[in-house]
Design a protein around this ligand. Sequence first.
Ligand SMILES: O=C(O)c1cc(C(=O)O)c2c(n1)C(=O)C(=O)c1cc(C(=O)O)[nH]c1-2
Length: 581
Amino acid sequence: NGDVLKRTATGAEQVLQTVDYANTRFSPLRQIDAGNVSRLQVAWTFSTGVLRGHEGAPLVVGDVMYVHTPFPNVVYALDLKNEGRILWKYEPRQKKDVAAVMCCDLVNRGLAYADGLVFLHQADTTIVALDAKTGAKRWSVANGDPALGASNTATVMPVKDKLIVGISGAEAGVRGHLSAYDLKAGHLVWRAYSTGPDAEMLFDPEKTTELGKPVGRDSSLKSWSGDQWKIGGGATWGWFAYDPKLNLVYYGTANPATWNPTQRPGDNRWSDTIIARDADTGVARWVYQMTPHDEWDYDGVNEMILTEQEVDGKPTPLLTHFDRNGFAYTLNRETGALLRAGKYETTANWASGINLDPQSPTYGRPKRDPAYSTEREGEDVTYTGICPSSLGAKNQQPAAFSPQTRLFYVPVTRMCMDYEPFHVDYVPGQPYVGATLSMHPAPGNEGSTGGFLAWDALKGEAVWSKPELFSVWSGALATAGGIVFYGTLEGWLKAVDAKTGQELYRFKTPSGIVGNVTTFMQGGRQYVAVLSGVGGWAGIGLAAGLSDPGDGSGANEAYAALNQYTALGGQLTVFALPKGE
Ligand SMILES: O=C(O)c1cc(C(=O)O)c2c(n1)C(=O)C(=O)c1cc(C(=O)O)[nH]c1-2
């Protein structure tokens, strides 16, 4: 989309949650830098009036800031020239019962902007296009049926004349899909399912490839027992990336449903898969399945970061992905060739590595350790000591990439788990989970369950790594000022030196941070903004007021200590250097 490309070029505005199409979360702004960031001050704050997990970040278009909230998904337009005065407010009417089918708190990862429209994708899967000036509804359309377990937490991405949209619900047996709607009028242009017949997945058996070879006919159907693919998950609740030159949209699919692996033999394609699709037609160019026949809920939706780097002396268009399963993958994003795959979380024990030998019949597949299979002795058995936990070595909170250091900045979770699969029958609109989890800190971290690391994807090694008391559930932002920002579950906004990781600044916001840090220019000054409001899967115990330790698929117990550091909130905090600096 020309408007998006123009507005993302300078870093002054923020029209996408991913900062740019390439998902680098790198801002070219440099007024705030490693030398002065320690003098950052709070410029102004805004209470959202909602008390659940505040994921995502506000948008800035010209002199207007657009702030979204978790369910009920209120949108505020704030006048940046007039001390944040409310220009308009949009409050959707949604049925409360959608909350019952949302797996991991009532979060929303934010708005997107293009061509004078602000796009909101509500919890109940209604997509709404709002007039950016007035807040008037231009069009709306339902993308799924909450009565069948579908919901939404993801942002959308405007690409050319289309809006790319995903769906949540793998924990309810929803069959995931990626859809493209007409940006101006809201009608469906194409829809591509994650599982099922080739025609419904928009796969070309001859031209869609995996690791350089055509996937062949019925690549998904053959990998499921009977018609289980119809309730097979592979939701699309993560982030999207776009390469305008190749005209390809990239995203990952979620776990197969149910979590109980004994119930669904086969590779369960194309769950836990990276997919590249033609933006105009939706047809899949290439795919790569990271965790075939997932036994651990290693959902593959984390962001795809697009960079240009030299590989073996040649400038190469790359896609780098930090998966829940503990491995970082780097592929050639044009061809889908697998270039690197290694552990970024060293405690990951379910697989010793990824087979990188192109001659091998198991090329590209994980080398599993049978000791950590969750079906080796069948159902109703507790399999212990599996790392990482289902939360992943990293969950959805996006990493950043700085072209200055050529490093990725990755928020991580260091948890292991005990996993007990049980038989579950599919009932439309009901949880189709089929496993009980108990989570505990990964060994070797003195009880801390989080960290923030700088990762060299081509060497496959961490350059520096900082421990954090709790999982880092906030997205990173790198800037041309040589700094990287992130938030913590206790509520700290932190700035660290991009080269060394040395902490340069911290400020305690009113509630835990699960939002993504953003930055923008207004009136010649650079600002940094972040939403506080504890929640998401890690903060579900606090956000939903859970009492049973096992609630939240084990997260309530795993993060019980969080209530000694923070409480519910819903606030935007905006930072700047003192006036005149
Ligand atoms: O498969 C799905 O449909 C689905 C949806 C969501 C969601 O919509 O938030 C999450 C997950 N899975 C999930 O596995 C997960 O770990 C998770 C964490 C969060 C969060 O916002 O903290 N959402 C979700």
